[in-house]
Design a protein around this ligand. Sequence first.
Ligand SMILES: Cc1cc2nc3c(=O)[nH]c(=O)nc-3n(C[C@H](O)[C@H](O)[C@H](O)COP(=O)(O)OP(=O)(O)OC[C@H]3O[C@@H](n4cnc5c(N)ncnc54)[C@H](O)[C@@H]3O)c2cc1C
Length: 355
Amino acid sequence: MLDSIIVGYGLAGFHYAWQLKQQKKDYLLITNQSMGSSRKAAGICNPTVLKRYTMAWEGEKFLEYAIKHYKECGLQLSTNFFHSIPIHRYFFQAAEQNDWIVAAQKKGLSSFLDPLPSHLINSNLKRKEGFGIVNSVGRLDINTLLDIFQKHTIPSSFMEEEFEYESLKILKNKVFYKGIEAKNIVFCEGYRLKTNPWFQYLPLVGSKGESLEIIAPQLSRTQIIKGSLFIAPIKQDLFWVGASFSSKDKETIPTPSGKEWLISRLDNLLNVPYEIRAHHAAIRPTVIDRRPLIGQHPKYPNLFVFNGLGTRGVLMAPLLSKWLYEFIEEGKQIPNEVAIHRFESYFCNPNRKHV
Ligand SMILES: Cc1cc2nc3c(=O)[nH]c(=O)nc-3n(C[C@H](O)[C@H](O)[C@H](O)COP(=O)(O)OP(=O)(O)OC[C@H]3O[C@@H](n4cnc5c(N)ncnc54)[C@H](O)[C@@H]3O)c2cc1C
């Protein structure tokens, strides 16, 4: 009998499989070919909230674990997936420099924000009002990590197909799926949780993001640029640009208006020529209270969920996967802020309108 069946192979599915593999547990990953949001993300790992100059919830704790963890992934899989690279936050007006100086003295933020803004002119950009530097952050090459881990996994642990909910048989101490027996099943489906018959009661909102891939040979690769958009180096002359944010549109199709929105911001920011290579869209699995969703189904104890990574999957998924593993295998408590039991009233009252 397997220890777990994992449904979905994005950041959540990968990280839970990683936890199991480290403990020599047996698992089967079932995932469809569709991309989800992990493979469309920029991969930025940043514990600060630059819009409001605050720290993300438990940002330092998540970052410390994530960095160690990605280093370990790199060692075991013989590839460097995590690139330490600063974020340069460009100001709209010179007056914002004062806000930066104040923010850089705040507890938590002071470990990341350079105390003084820089007045250097970046000739690749139209902004001339200075910038602040965010240190100790970086970018995860998510696609390479997912591809390489899959290659290192024995083929019988990977099933590429749509999971059929009606084929799952839930027994007292195990589950059966198409002749496969496992102690439990962990759903890591991103926004597709909305169609999961057992966990769709959870208040996943979903926020669509559109992004571009551009070729810009003259653009520097030594920092992530943050203006009204992020511009992150991917490889050679290729850069990720994004993203829009919409809680209304829930289709994963890139739109002409989304592209126009991105291009107009890019043209206001860049001073160098570029060529668009690709235009993507995906739904971030955001939650009504902006916290992840991990835990056990209130009625079926063999069913678990790992979701709600929102806009910070790279930062949070490593430690969250450890918490979930320790909960399932060792009976440790999950912190209340991320445990799904905070939404038990939604389960008892499925008609409650929340999104
Ligand atoms: C434009 C954009 C930019 C982003 N940038 C960043 C960033 O820079 N940094 C960051 O930390 N986060 C970023 N994010 C957020 C990040 O993508 C998410 O936090 C994270 O990737 C979610 O991972 P997940 O595994 O929960 O879901 P997903 O990545 O969506 O993975 C779920 C997978 O499960 C599969 N699946 C679902 N249901 C089934 C089923 N029934 N049967 C079979 N397979 C199934 C899906 O097809 C998918 O492959 C960004 C998101 C977007 C949209």
